[in-house]
Design a protein around this ligand. Structure first.
Ligand code: PLP
Length: 418
């Protein structure tokens, strides 16, 4: 019997899309709009459980996006949800933090190797913005260096200049370098002025959209660390995407490279909104002086959820589990593509895989394949890395692979073999 499910009609999603077009820009704004994807993607989702999501029409998908990162232990995790609900029931957004803030700061300072203190916010953007302001307050320097095409959130200094609404002035204090190219970092330092660099911001590996993911060259990480030490700038590790999924200690700890500041969010609280800026001792004073506040930043439920999420991740050896499942998925996809005569590259740490097609400059094959995956019951993204959770066990991966195999067959039928 085929494991590829029969799909119900799309009428309810289509109805919401029509209504949304009247009251929501583009019917859905930003990159979570599925308008540019194949028609088989739903826009409106109804629920999630474990490694699966269902759209408003009741179509089931094995979810390989995990909400673009936040879902680390699976959707609607009963233990995490119970602790969050109990915390929220006491009246959650109060005039000050609850005791779980101290407990979570203690836990993160204990686990994350470079961290001596923690402060909390809501989104990854908050954490990267706080990092830069803290770095500036500490050094008195202005400039921020970041890799070209890296994403650090919807802060004007980090969005591409051609992004609508962003001005050249927004980038007055931003200098770009090429990821994994130390000479380009030195050139950016020279352009900025070595005595005016506040921070060099790096993601743990290159995970830009539209291109294969690229591991960090350890010599690059060590070199950036040395440059920061030489010029008195903060090394900021933007671990918003990789944090907890790759290494609880921080994603560069295995390289022996410790940042001064690190930005975390996404998977911290298994879907509850939470971000953290973690820092080393010398930056503590500056972090205490900057303007740092948000109306909802101190809600206790996400912090309680984070305490439970990290405990369960550690107790279940969740990172090893995700890595093994990711390897099974990556190897399965490579074998399937080869069997269908399709040339692909499968990149990224296994917990955060991505598949792109060779010779696919306009991403037509990626769009067709990801659309076919949606049609056959796998939710993944055509050009952005995917995310696994600890709910993605071997059986789920095998079920997903049965569905992706059908999607590869569709692509081969439409485009021919390579
Ligand atoms: C590396 C990185 N930094 C920062 C952000 C911004 O996080 P948020 O969308 O929670 O503001 C993201 C989001 O995808 C990210 O991937």
């Amino acid at each position: 019997m085929s494991t590829v499910p029969v799909r119900p009609s799309r009428a309810i999603d289509r109805g919401y899309r029509e209504r949304a077009l009247k009251v929501i820009p583009n019917g859905m704004y930003g990159h979570l709009s599925t308008r540019r994807f194949a028609d088989d993607y739903p826009q409106f989702l109804a629920r999630g459980e474990g490694a699966r999501v269902w759209d408003v029409d009741g179509r089931e998908f094995i979810d390989l996006m995990c909400t673009f990162g936040p879902i680390l232990l699976g959707h609607a995790h009963p233990e995490v949800d119970a602790v969050a609900a109990a915390t929220s029931a006491r009246g959650d957004v109060l005039n000050g933090p609850g005791p779980e803030m101290v407990e979570l700061a203690e836990l993160l300072v204990d686990r994350v190797a470079h961290a001596d203190w923690a402060m909390f916010a809501k989104n990854g953007t908050d954490a990267t913005a706080l990092a830069v302001v803290t770095a500036r307050a500490h050094s008195g320097h202005r400039k921020v260096l970041m890799a070209r095409r890296s994403y650090h959130g919807i802060v004007a200094w980090a969005l591409p200049e051609q992004s609508p609404g962003i001005t050249a002035e927004d980038h007055a204090n931003t200098e770009l370098f090429e990821y994994n190219d130390l000479a380009s970092v030195e050139a950016a330092v020279a352009r900025a002025g070595a005595d005016d660099v506040a921070a060099i911001v790096c993601t743990p590996h290159r995970h830009d959209v539209f291109v294969d993911q690229e591991p960090v060259d350890p010599a690059f990480a060590r070199g950036v660390r040395a440059i920061c030490d030489r010029i008195g700038a903060a090394l900021v590790l933007d671990d918003v995407r990789g944090g907890l999924r790759l290494d609880v200690r921080g994603s560069w700890e295995a390289l022996g490279v410790r940042p001064d500041l690190s930005a975390w969010s996404k998977s911290l609280a298994n879907g509850y909104p939470l971000a953290a800026l973690l820092g080393a001792e010398p930056w503590r004073d500056a972090a205490g002086r900057i303007t740092a506040t948000g109306s909802f930043w101190l809600a206790g439920a996400p912090m309680a959820a984070a305490l439970t999420t990290i405990r369960i991740l550690e107790e279940t050896d969740g990172i090893a589990l995700m890595r093994a499942s990711g390897q099974r998925l990556q190897e399965g996809l490579r074998a399937q593509a080869a069997a269908h005569g399709l040339a692909v590259s499968v990149s990224g740490p296994p917990q955060m895989p991505l598949l792109l097609f060779a010779d696919d400059p306009e991403f037509a094959k990626s769009l067709a394949w990801s659309g076919a995956c949606a049609r056959h019951g796998v939710y993944l993204h055509p050009v952005h890395n995917w995310f696994l959770s600890t709910a993605h066990d071997a059986a789920t991966i095998d079920e997903a692979l049965a569905r992706t195999d059908a999607a590869f067959a569709d692509v081969r039928d439409a485009f021919g073999a390579d």
